[in-house]
Design a protein around this ligand. Structure first.
Ligand code: 4NP
Length: 185
């Protein structure tokens, strides 16, 4: 791969962003609907939802977004985020209050952009997409983490130590900041 092809966010991510802006504009409600997806919906995607919400509030643009998160594994459905994730997030000023839920088929039509955290999430999102148009909504969260040029995923921290949760938050803070900027451009 050349340096050019490696440069973030990359064409696929930027296309998903412009597709989302177009869908929101056509709907005319002034909001962009963003869904974050991981496996269990108790670590990475609820953290992404919390970080994105907090950045939007800080920037005074929370009325321009609707954020949610979901996962493909239903074993934690109804639960608050993992305590380790909540602790690490709380230390940085984020309160994570989402209750875990699985991805629904209606998410594909409802949301304007759907962000997966790793290869497995992206594959699952592609495999379940009801229409070809829905495929254009799917993007990789790490593609927006421009301060981490070599990161190709937001790695699953579930079986990792504390540093895994810190890395998730480092990646998400960078990716959410860039994603929100691009979506409002
Ligand atoms: P997440 O982390 O996908 O970031 O929420 C995980 C949470 C639970 C499991 C795997 C990953 N699990 O196998 O239970």
């Amino acid at each position: 791969m050349t340096d050019d092809q490696d440069r973030k966010p990359g064409a696929t991510a930027l296309e998903a962003v412009s597709n989302a802006r177009r869908l929101s504009r056509e709907r005319g409600d002034g909001k962009i609907r963003v869904l974050f997806v991981c496996l269990g919906n108790i670590c990475r995607s609820p953290a992404a939802e919390g970080v994105a919400t907090s950045i939007a509030v800080e920037r005074g643009v929370s009325d321009r977004f609707e954020f949610d998160s979901a996962g493909f594994y239903g074993g934690h459905a109804g639960s608050l985020p993992d305590l380790r994730m909540r602790r690490a997030a709380s230390y940085r000023g984020y309160t994570l209050e989402h209750h875990s839920r699985t991805v629904k088929l209606s998410d594909y039509s409802y949301f304007d952009i759907i962000l997966g955290m790793d290869d497995a999430n992206i594959d699952d999102l592609h495999d379940h997409a009801p229409t070809l148009d829905d495929l254009r909504k799917i993007a990789r969260m790490s593609d927006f983490a421009t301060a981490f040029p070599s990161a190709r995923s937001v790695p699953d921290p579930y079986y990792e130590g504390a540093e895994g949760f810190e890395l998730v938050l480092d990646l998400l803070e960078d990716a959410c900041s860039n994603l929100l900027t691009l979506l409002l451009k």
